[in-house]
Design a protein around this ligand. Structure first.
Ligand SMILES: *Cc1c(COP(=O)(O)O)cnc(C)c1O
Length: 353
């Protein structure tokens, strides 16, 4: 292994165990051996999603699952509310618009978490869904999904959550919190290479899927659910990445989800404390909503240089995202990150500043 320190925001660092698990011959996705692996992965995914519902495995990046959610749960003309507090909120709204939905955008300032009351003021009896980013990777804000689940649970409106940069690093109790759709990707807190996406739907969401008239083929979730019952994907899946995923999920279960979440929150605390001590500012306005999987640091005009200089020191962090690309760098604590990695980062950051 090289000596670099990886604090990336996706793709994130792959543990050696996961790399080793992938280093073997492929098998057909229709063999008994594959079905057995799929079943095991499915069982562990349900634990991480904290759900009794099926977790469907899709071959795509995370965005594919965002698109699948929109095209399967809704029909053209359906009213949805899209919560926006960063780049990925905008992206979710754009996907909904491109499928002809009637999108009401509810925006918050960068660095602010979504406020339930403000959003609920825009939710009407005929609003079919609320689209939310659980962990907004632009600013490192974690929205309170539990509160939104509570607010929407006795309504006809679905709560659809993108937890691409959260799930596996930040607690998410899909069933208990009444989240109707949870989706994520393989390459962030799940410690697996990019290439897989996952989506789980509640009974209420499956009812909506039955009614959807949007065009769909590759991401037809009814078909995917049928195949998943037989421990298969509809089309060829990247078997090699699934070898890695199987191992990564085992690692999460071995460590214990509670311990995993604690490690993430502890590491993010260390990053925030160290960065503040060096006189830099953070995006989250209220520390209670600061993300455990990544920290967005404000460094107006300096961010690109800092990312490059850190890389020369062997510390890899993420750059900024629109609309704060030039002014932000992002320190990933998602997935396979230790306290030692944070210490090395802070040492190098101090040196280059
Ligand atoms: C990374 C990310 C995405 C995009 O995922 P891709 O895998 O690049 O398609 C979407 N939403 C959030 C919150 C993300 O962090």
């Amino acid at each position: 292994m090289d000596k670099k320190v990886y604090l990336m925001c996706g793709p994130s660092q792959i543990p050696e165990r996961v790399m080793n698990a992938m280093n073997k011959q492929v098998m057909s996705h229709r063999t008994d051996e594959y079905l057995e692996m799929h079943q095991k992965i499915e069982k562990n995914l349900k634990k991480v999603f904290q759900t009794k519902n099926d977790v469907i495995i899709l071959t795509s990046s995370g965005t594919g699952a965002m698109e699948a959610a929109v095209q399967n749960c809704f029909s053209p003309g359906d009213k949805v509310v899209a919560i926006i507090n960063g780049f990925f909120g905008e992206q979710f709204a754009s996907i909904a618009e491109s499928y002809g939905l009637d999108v009401t955008k509810v925006s918050f300032d960068l660095g602010e978490a979504a406020d339930v009351k403000t959003v609920m003021n825009h939710v009407e009896d005929d609003t079919k869904g609320v689209l939310i980013i659980h962990n907004e990777s632009t600013t490192g804000i974690t929205n309170n999904l539990k509160d939104f689940g509570n607010a929407l649970k006795n309504t006809n409106t679905l709560l659809i959550a993108d937890s691409i940069s959260g799930l596996g690093g930040i607690e998410l109790k899909m069933d208990e919190w009444n989240v109707d759709v949870v989706l994520t990707g393989s390459q962030k807190a799940l410690m697996t290479p990019p290439g897989l996406a996952f989506i789980s739907l509640s009974d209420k969401a499956w009812e909506a899927v039955e009614k959807s008239t949007s065009y769909k083929y590759y991401f037809n979730l009814i078909k995917a659910k049928e195949y998943n019952k037989g421990n298969m994907t509809v089309f060829t899946c990247p078997v090699s990445i699934m070898y890695g995923l199987e191992e990564a999920l085992e690692m999460l279960i071995e460590e214990g989800l509670e311990n995993v979440y604690k490690r993430h929150s502890n590491n993010a605390n260390l990053v925030r404390k160290g960065v503040l001590e060096l006189g830099l500012e953070l995006y989250p306005k209220d520390i209670n909503y600061a993300s455990s999987t990544l920290t967005a640091v404000s460094a107006p005009g300096e961010a690109k240089r800092i990312v490059q200089d850190l890389a020369k020191e062997g510390v890899i962090v993420g750059g900024g995202l629109p609309p704060i690309t030039e002014d932000t760098f992002r320190v990933g604590t998602m997935g396979y990150v230790s306290e030692n990695d944070i210490a090395a980062f802070l040492y190098s950051l101090k040196k280059i500043l």
